[in-house]
Design a protein around this ligand. Structure first.
Ligand code: SF4
Length: 257
């Protein structure tokens, strides 16, 4: 059985049945021939990152053209396809797209015009927040979801394996400076893992500092290439959610199959 998903083949994909978003129409702003991301998460369902970078300069020619993205979103909004969310996600980190701010504003404008009931979501690994424009764009997103899988620099490095130059503490501070975001966290058992008592304690200290509107926690739901990484069982996820809510006062929701 293959353990990884194929990369998305175009800009628009779906709709995908999502536990949180209902019918979600994906928008992929990254290349289709290889995986380009600022992280190389040990659990990524697209497999290993081919090009690990938060600088898009060398890859511009492989990113979809701004006008093409707008045209494809325009077409899907005018089509008969039914969906609840338009979701920035896809083959890597969407906020690293060079014109993400302008794109998010234009897509929100088209949505308001053609289908005001459709919401816009962003699934981000948080690394684009170094750009002021991306921080501003978050205001235009109905469901801004940001990844935080660790409470310490050590866990961050071993789980997310970021590109050179990406700092853990800086990401936490940038998340704290945003209002009303949702944090999304994958918990892992094994090596590397993040469910030891001290891992969970430091993680929820960061959550308390960030003050998100909610925290969504998961584990892996398919095998990953590294056999040392194990799924966290639903009972443990529920226990983590209870502990987190008690420590932070934030709504912590455990998702599991
Ligand atoms: S940030 Fe997302 S796309 Fe990038 S490696 Fe991690 S899970 Fe995969």
């Amino acid at each position: 059985m293959s353990t990884v998903l194929e990369l998305q083949k175009g800009v628009i994909y779906g709709p995908i049945a999502s536990r949180r978003l209902g019918r979600s129409m994906g928008i992929n702003l990254m290349p289709t021939k290889y995986k380009l991301c600022s992280f190389n998460c040990v659990y990524c369902h697209y497999g290993l990152t081919d090009k690990l970078s938060h600088k898009m300069g060398p890859f511009i020619a492989d990113l979809p053209d701004f006008d093409r993205v707008i045209k494809e979103v325009d077409d899907i909004l005018k089509s008969k396809e039914e969906f609840d969310y338009l979701t920035f996600s896809g083959n890597g980190e969407p906020t690293l797209y060079p014109k993400f701010t302008e794109l998010a504003a234009e897509i929100a404008r088209l949505r308001d015009h053609y289908r005001p009931s459709v919401k816009i979501a962003l699934l981000s690994n948080s690394t684009g927040l170094i750009h002021a424009g991306v921080r501003q764009a978050v205001d235009r997103i109905d469901m801004p979801v940001f990844k935080l899988d660790a409470g310490s620099k050590e866990n961050f490095k071993s789980i997310n394996r970021p590109a050179k130059g990406i700092g853990f503490e800086k990401i936490v501070d940038q998340l704290a400076a945003l209002g009303g975001i949702v944090l999304q966290t994958v918990f892992l058992d094994g090596t590397p893992g993040n469910i030891g008592d001290s891992d969970i304690k430091t993680y929820f200290e960061k959550v308390k500092h960030i003050k998100p509107r909610a925290v969504h926690i998961y584990s892996i739901d398919r095998p990953v290439p590294n056999p040392d990484i194990k799924r966290v069982q639903p009972g443990k996820l529920k226990e983590i959610a209870r502990y987190g809510k008690e420590k932070t006062g934030v709504r912590v929701i455990a998702f599991y199959i």
